[in-house]
Design a protein around this ligand. Structure first.
Ligand code: SAH
Length: 229
């Protein structure tokens, strides 16, 4: 469906205000702000929420899931300090909005979504926008994506109690995982850096609230996971 000139103006204006809002929230990395300018969030929310696409709020995606608040995505992306050369794994594609932001900020993005219908619509949106450095698949991301490992960064967009072991195994030395750890009510966003073959550094960045990380069976992911062959 074609966009009327009035829609285009309001989307441009919405994006400008959103970037102002991100600056006020303490986001100063120009590459991150530029990514928000390049990726049209209204293409990643259900049509009915189009008029709210550039507000700083989480919105329902269907299937009981939500697209996160822009300030949460910006916090993730600013803390990663990407140089543009990284291979990144994202667990929890959801709408694909953060996937698209990442695609503008690093070399390759591999993203896994548990709900097949969400994975399919995120893939269609990303392809329609012309990104060629993104692979999305449906599945349980707590096992990682061994075929493309190691990753320089792993972003987990759903909360869990412990870091799934395959994700640590699939991290390159010097690489980092951003993951919300805690219970259903609230989690702390941790940055875990693999400082050596067998050494990790763990730092808490913020308090956040995410939907739960669930296995293919829909059950919450608990403690360690053993990678299937
Ligand atoms: N960044 C996304 C966040 C979506 S919410 C966005 O803003 O659109 C988190 C997503 O994680 C949901 O779509 C949920 O289905 C997915 N998810 C939960 N557990 C998962 C798992 N084990 N593997 C892959 N995706 C998972």
């Amino acid at each position: 469906m074609g966009l009327r000139p009035r829609d285009l103006t309001s989307q441009r204006e919405g994006r400008r205000r959103l970037i102002e809002r991100l600056r006020e929230a303490g986001i100063h990395d120009l590459a991150v702000l530029h990514a928000f300018d390049r990726v049209p969030r209204h293409r990643f929310v259900p049509d009915v929420f189009g008029p709210r696409a550039y507000a700083d709020e989480a919105l329902p995606l269907g299937h009981g899931q939500t697209i996160s608040r822009p300030t949460t995505h910006a916090l993730y992306l600013e803390s990663l300090k990407l140089t543009g050369e990284e291979r990144v794994l994202e667990v929890g594609t959801g709408s694909g909005f953060q996937t698209a932001l990442l695609a503008t900020l690093c070399r390759q993005v591999f993203s896994i979504e548990r709900v097949p219908a969400l994975a399919a619509s995120a893939r269609a949106r990303i392809e329609a926008l012309g990104f060629s450095n993104v692979a999305i698949r449906a599945g349980d991301g707590s096992y990682g994506w061994r075929k493309y490992a190691p990753f320089d960064a792993i972003l987990v967009s759903a909360g869990t109690r412990e870091v799934p072991r395959p994700l640590i195994e699939q991290l390159s030395v010097g690489g980092q995982i951003l993951i919300p750890l805690g219970d259903a009510e609230s989690q702390e966003l941790h940055r875990i850096v693999r400082t050596g073959e067998a050494s990790l550094e763990d730092e808490v960045i913020a308090t956040v609230q995410f939907v739960a990380l669930r296995g293919a069976d829909g059950v919450e992911v608990q403690s360690e996971r053993v990678t299937p062959c």
